[in-house]
Ligand binder design. Structure first.
Ligand SMILES: [Zn+2]
Length: 89
């Protein structure tokens, strides 16, 4: 992922811009396939980020490289865009 997306994600998480409505622990991912609903207060609006059976999605339309999903992944402890390769918890 581009470095600016990672830094944006970290900024959202650090500044409390992420509101998690519902989340299963990352450890439950195998058992319950993972489930997250969260809102991120972005620069031009609030985006809804969800993790469901088909993976991450974001109302900005590009969860594959957007900082909103990455920020939610940081906050909820899920593996995702913002995690460094090889990083351990
Ligand atoms: Zn987004």
């Amino acid at each position: 992922m581009p470095a600016d997306v990672r830094s944006q994600a970290c900024a959202y998480a650090r500044n409390g811009r992420v509101a998690v409505v519902s989340a299963s622990p990352a450890e439950d991912a195998g058992r319950r396939a993972g489930h997250v609903i969260a809102y991120v207060a972005g620069q031009s609006g609030t985006y809804q980020v969800t993790l469901g059976r088909r993976g991450w999605s974001c109302t900005c339309g590009d969860a594959g490289s957007c900082p909103h999903a990455a920020a939610v992944q940081l906050v909820t402890g899920h593996d995702g865009l913002a995690r460094k390769p090889g990083e351990s918890r």
